[in-house]
Design a protein around this ligand. Structure first.
Ligand code: SF4
Ligand code: SF4
Length: 281
């Protein structure tokens, strides 16, 4: 069980607790202001990542200290955690509104609107979160043929997430002034700044999920299709056994590798049941 479950979920999975999506949390003006500023300025995010990259040129002890401070700050204001699709489906089962919006990372990195991010709310019609989104510049949130926000049913949203998995994207919930969860993203390492910060720079702002993957050697035929789907470098091919293998120390438990395995040879196990990964987040 991760620290977020202990702090915000009373020992249960914190991102499955409806209270962490409650519209009431958006009566906090500082939280509303944070969301608005965050979404309105993709370039600020890109500048932050460039600043983080500059850290590599600093002496090791300074880099370590600054890294720890960044992680501590982000846990309070805006962090992500990997969630497999079964639990995304559970979240879609209790929220009232799901809207699809442009991804701020891709907007900053590619200068293009890519609709991989989803706002979720317990309130009908998106509640206060939708009001904040509607106040933003329309050119960022809408496509040329799509006036207004794109509201999806739970079934439509789940189908979209399945298709994102087939593109190799993994799902993550995001806080806006923790513990409020306002968004679910579909991330890859080439475009997601949080993944770059976490995986490439080694400064965690996106945390491992509650699971780790395991390959069943009796089912695996060694086709290697799954290898290119792992964004975290956890999957490898064992030439000796002619099977795929998971290094569970590196596995984030996204479960995306499962979507490409035609033999259904990959399963997720509870992280706490896997000693080598139980305390890695
Ligand atoms: S895709 Fe499935 S069968 Fe192919 S190597 Fe990976 S685990 Fe084995
Ligand atoms: S091995 Fe782990 S991190 Fe890699 S794709 Fe599979 S579940 Fe995700």
């Amino acid at each position: 069980m991760c620290e977020f479950c202990l702090q915000h979920g009373e020992g249960k999975k914190w991102y499955l607790q409806a209270k962490n999506y409650a519209d009431d949390l958006l009566s906090d003006l500082s939280r509303r202001r944070f969301i608005k500023n965050f979404l309105a300025d993709p370039d600020a995010l890109a500048r932050e990542v460039r600043d983080i990259e500059r850290l590599n040129k600093m002496p090791g002890f300074i880099r370590d200290l600054v890294s720890r401070l960044i992680t501590r700050k982000m846990k309070k204001i805006h962090f992500g955690q990997i969630v497999p699709i079964e639990e995304i489906e559970q979240i879609f089962g209790f929220v009232q509104t799901i809207v699809r919006v442009a991804c701020i990372c891709r907007q900053a990195n590619l200068g293009q609107e890519k609709r991989y991010c989803y706002g979720v709310s317990l309130a009908p019609n998106g509640g206060r979160f939708a009001q904040i989104l509607q106040d933003l510049d329309e050119s960022f949130l809408t496509g040329p043929n799509l006036p207004g926000m794109e509201v999806l049913s739970p079934e439509e949203a789940l189908a979209a997430f399945k298709s994102h998995e087939l593109e190799g994207l993994c799902h993550s919930v995001w806080t806006f002034h923790t513990p409020f969860i306002g968004g679910i993203c579909n991330c890859d390492r080439s475009d997601c700044m949080a993944m770059q910060c976490t995986v490439t720079q080694g400064i965690p702002v996106m945390f491992r999920g509650e699971y780790v993957a395991q390959v069943d050697p009796d089912l695996c035929v060694g086709c290697r299709d799954c290898l290119r789907f792992c964004q975290f470098g956890a999957l490898a091919y064992s030439a000796a056994n002619q099977k795929a293998v998971v290094d569970q120390r590196w596995c984030y438990g996204c479960g995306v590798c499962r979507s490409t395995c035609k033999k259904a040879a990959i399963h997720l196990k509870e992280r706490r049941a896997v000693p080598v990964a139980a305390n890695l987040w």
